[in-house]
Design a protein around this ligand. Structure first.
Ligand code: NAD
Length: 522
């Protein structure tokens, strides 16, 4: 093991600010004011370290006040995306030769800078994607965790690896980077997932072209600045916001792109996978695709469960960040003997969720991210009204922002559309199961397999679910959201993706290839 590794304390999760202390509240309010004062600022592309302004701009709106423009971000042309890939390929020749220690140092410095500016990143998340204070702070700490965790992991991969001794030979296995990676994150963890995917690619010695979501390009621009401040050389991280269908397809299909690290919807993920499988003229490798995609996550409530805990877990998992998490509970499957009691208690619990402006400290649920999300979720609510009984919610609130009520539809058939398709908003379907067998059958009946949770006091049910509940992240007697870096490595089965287990020990391997070296001793 390297000496650097020995000097570094073992990884622990960053403590989350609870905003219970007046000092923390004051600092958050000051950060919100500072971020607001910069509304409308312009953010350029970054290609080979050069800032490039384009005429075409992406306007990033505050979803709680649609008339407010958080920032205006340059939109890359095809030629600029091409140039970014070329410069990333040229920079790869030097960046790949740097030591794992040096690259890890960049991540440690980036983590320190983010810790210093945590409230500013919290405030950006509030304004650009509509997170409430607690959700925003949870995300910023997760971003810090990814930097700290992957820096340590890089040191481990850069160290010696066990190999069986063989007489007369000196043998070695070492890990080397892949090349230029297209990093394509979603808007819903605009900071943490973007930082995690980018940091993992860079710390292993790859160079990156980053195409952020058009719903959260300002946060992405700030992260690019932060990496530069942390000492990343020009050309290692190139920033090319733009249209998915033009810029996205170009970077995915380019012969110099070596791998694609994608997190987003199933539809876009499958499209990328297909495009990446085609060999472009001049391409010298099979592209590697890491695609983390959607979910349709169930919480099973057994007849013997602590019902209050189950109701709380379902409500928090379904409506935290307005249901816009891949891990959000979008279906509650309840055993028949407790179904009616569960539904009544859930109605009372959901009624307590306050919907409003997430920049205010006590807001429970903010807006959905965009007009297109608002329309798509509203359509699903209409479909749901025909597929079950509307228990609560179902309406839009005002027209200042994209606000929807938390919506629960009960008595839904397991194969209904709202039960099987990802809605990605504050809509929960509730299903009655005849017994525990039936509950597990319903839980496994979609094409997804991301997260799932079971509330029960019966050890035998826990043991069965451990084997039979087919999801990448399974939880017992707790919410289905809130995976912690290092503690709950994250990734899903089936159409939820390639099960990359972000925040786990296997993750960096996805950005590396191993070289086996053998020398005959004389
Ligand atoms: P999305 O699929 O619409 O977009 C994801 C990214 O892909 C964005 O940056 C977008 O600009 C880009 N893109 C769009 N078309 C492209 C193309 N043709 N080529 C290349 N890139 C293209 O998803 P979203 O709305 O940003 O995020 C929400 C989705 O992400 C949900 O389905 C959610 O479940 C999923 N998600 C999954 C995880 C996970 O770990 N499994 C985590 C977070 C979000």
């Amino acid at each position: 093991m390297s000496t650097t590794l020995e000097r570094i304390a073992p990884f622990t999760n960053e403590p989350v600010k609870k905003f219970s202390d007046p000092q923390e509240i004051a600092e958050m309010q000051a950060a919100l004011a500072r971020v607001k004062a910069r509304f409308g600022e312009r953010y350029p592309l970054v290609i080979g370290g050069r800032r490039v302004e384009t005429e075409k701009q992406i306007l990033s709106r505050n979803p709680a006040h649609k008339s407010e423009i958080v920032g205006s971000v340059s939109s890359a042309s095809a030629a600029q995306a091409e140039e970014a890939i070329e410069l990333a390929a040229a920079t790869f020749e030097s960046w790949k030769r740097e030591s794992f220690e040096l690259r890890a140092e960049v991540l440690f410095r980036a983590a320190a800078l983010m810790r210093e500016r945590r409230y500013e990143f919290d405030a950006l998340l509030v304004y650009e994607v509509g997170k409430n204070w607690a959700e925003a702070e949870g995300e910023t700490t997760e971003a810090i965790d990814f930097l700290e965790y992957y820096a340590r992991e890089a040191l481990r991969y850069g160290g010696e690896h066990p190999i069986v001794p063989f007489p007369g030979e000196r043998n070695e296995l070492r890990y080397i980077p892949l090349g230029v990676g297209a990093v394509i994150p979603p808007w819903n963890f605009a900071l943490a997932i973007l930082v995690g995917m980018t940091a993992a690619a860079l710390v292993t010695g790859n160079t990156v072209v980053l195409k952020p979501s058009s719903d959260s390009p300002v946060i992405a621009a700030r992260v690019v600045d932060l990496f530069e401040e942390a000492g990343l050389p020009a050309g290692a991280l190139n920033f090319i916001p733009g249209s998915g269908s033009v810029i996205g397809d170009l970077v995915v299909g380019h012969p110099k792109t070596r791998f694609i690290s994608f997190t987003g919807s199933k539809e876009v993920g499958l499209h990328i996978n297909e495009l990446a499988a085609k060999t472009a003229p001049g391409q010298r490798w099979i592209k590697r695709v890491v695609a983390e995609m959607g979910g349709k996550d169930s919480i099973v409530v057994a007849a013997d469960a602590d019902l209050d805990a189950a109701v709380e877990g379902v409500a928090v998992s379904a409506f935290g960040f307005t249901g816009q998490k891949c891990s959000a509970c979008s279906r509650a499957i309840v055993e028949a003997p407790v179904y009616e009691a569960f539904v009544e208690r859930l109605r009372a619990r959901v009624a307590k969720i306050s919907v409003g402006d997430p920049s205010l400290p006590d807001t429970g649920m903010g807006p959905v991210v965009s007009e297109s999300a608002f329309k798509s979720i509203s359509q699903y609510i209409e479909i749901g009204k025909g597929e079950g009984r509307l228990l609560c919610g179902g309406n839009a609130i005002g027209d200042e922002g994209y606000f929807l009520e938390p919506t629960v539809i009960v008595d839904v058939a397991p194969e209904a559309r709202i039960s099987c398709e990802e809605i990605f908003g504050p809509v929960l379907s509730v299903h009655k199961a005849r017994d525990f067998d039936h509950a597990l059958e319903i839980a496994n009946n979609t094409e997804f397999g991301l997260t799932g949770s079971l509330y029960t006091t019966d050890r035998a049910k826990i043991e069965r679910a451990r084997d039979e509940f087919f999801v990448g992240n399974l939880y017992f007697n707790r919410k289905s959201t809130g995976a912690l870096v290092g503690v709950h490595p994250f990734g899903g089965f089936n159409m939820s993706g390639t099960d990359s287990k972000a925040g786990g020990r296997d993750y960096l391997l996805l950005f590396l290839q191993a070289k086996s070296i053998s020398e005959k001793l004389s």
